[in-house]
Design a protein around this ligand. Structure first.
Ligand code: AMP
Ligand code: AMP
Length: 341
């Protein structure tokens, strides 16, 4: 029987690293945090990293990869990891990596993502192929945008062009998607699927705390117009949610269909943590505008577990810890192939 103590868990210092490293330590692993110079303080202060490796920039990650390989470290990818390394470079990684790399291509291309989710029978907001077709409120999302920065809303083609002016010719703003703006409340569902027991779990929910979308209600409508405030969605944090219980059967079904359909698009399918991100309207339709095929930062409020993981585990179980447990069980059962991509 292989010993999990022969392996270490590594991630890069941002996004969900605190939770991942803490969860790994709780499962008995030694941990490594890769930090950009000058950004290591939280990881030292909270005591979650047994080892800190500093780099000038995450873009230089490949310079230290061999050090991680020598230590038998398994990389846990998160939103910042993919954002900084770049989805196209992920295939060059040589170290052990938790997750299915092949799914990244489906997740990072809006058209492929849409095809996958439609296959899974998920409701999606309408998309408009050109600004001239805009006939209702829409949200414009730039492909290069990170964390919702620079999104804007328009109601007509004229309004689109008036607002687009300020982005024209700017790098990263050449390509964009025009999506129907769904009026309702944002709900992000955190799932975990293990290939070891073939079981799908719902770990929790969150909504994002976005500037300035979440502050506009603090200003009277008249003043919003006077001051010329445009709605933007820069992510600043996450707020926990507990969902109306009668919605849970559908939430499980949706997640299951996404897992099942993933097996038809990439070898081995999606596993580990993933998240459906969308809006629930007053008729209780859940429109999904995005899937993240890895741990999302919305799980961060639940370092000590969520109400849902408490129901199932009776011990603190964050998504980071659940992931470490998956790894531990795979190593112990000699089934590493079930968790490495
Ligand atoms: P950062 O390391 O904070 O610059 O984040 C890298 C990427 O991860 C961002 O571009 C966001 O898309 C995503 N991200 C970071 N933090 C959060 C968060 N709290 N909630 C949702 N997404 C996030
Ligand atoms: P995203 O970066 O795609 O997760 O979107 C950032 C934010 O934009 C979300 O948290 C929502 O508040 C909002 N949003 C995105 N797409 C839609 C949509 N189709 N309808 C309404 N709001 C949306």
């Amino acid at each position: 029987m292989a010993n999990y103590k022969d392996y270490k868990i590594a991630t890069i210092g941002s996004h969900t690293a605190l939770q991942i490293l803490k969860g790994a330590k709780d499962e008995g692993f030694e941990t490594i945090c890769i930090c950009e110079k000058g950004k290591d303080r939280p990881y030292r202060s909270y005591g979650v990293a047994d080892q800190i490796i500093e780099v000038d920039s995450f873009r230089n990650f490949f310079e230290i990869e061999q050090q991680l390989i020598d230590q038998n470290a398994i990389m846990i990818p998160h939103g910042s990891f993919v954002a900084y390394i770049g989805p196209e470079k992920m295939m060059d990684l040589k170290m052990m990596y938790y997750g299915t790399k092949g799914i990244l291509e489906w997740e990072s291309d809006r058209n492929m993502e849409r095809e996958w989710l439609l296959k899974a029978g998920i409701k999606l907001p309408r998309v408009f192929s050109k600004p001239e077709d805009i006939d209702r409120p829409v949200i414009i999302k730039f492909h290069g945008a990170h964390g919702g920065k620079g999104y804007f809303i328009a109601n007509t083609p004229e309004e689109f062009y008036a607002k687009y002016k300020k982005y024209e010719g700017k790098k990263g703003h050449e390509e964009f998607a025009i999506q129907e703006y769904v009026v309702g409340v944002p709900v992000y569902t955190h799932y975990f699927y293990s290939r070891l027991n073939d079981e799908l779990e719902v770990m929790g929910f969150d909504k994002r705390y976005e500037s300035n979308a979440d502050s506009i209600g603090r200003v009277a409508a008249k003043d919003q117009v006077d001051v010329g405030i445009d709605t933007t969605y820069t992510i600043t944090g996450n707020v926990p949610i507990v969902l109306r219980e009668s919605l849970l059967p559908e939430i499980f079904e949706m997640g299951q269909r996404v897992v099942d359909s993933s097996k038809t698009i990439v070898d081995g399918g999606l596993f580990g943590p993933f998240c459906l991100e969308g809006i629930i309207d007053p008729e209780l339709n859940y429109y999904v505008f995005e899937i993240s095929a890895r741990i999302v930062a919305g799980t961060n409020p639940y370092v000590n577990g969520s109400p849902y993981t408490w129901l199932r585990y009776n011990e603190p179980m964050s998504t980071g810890r659940r992931l470490a447990r998956d790894i531990k069980e795979a190593i112990t059962a000699d089934k590493l192939d079930k968790i490495l991509g």
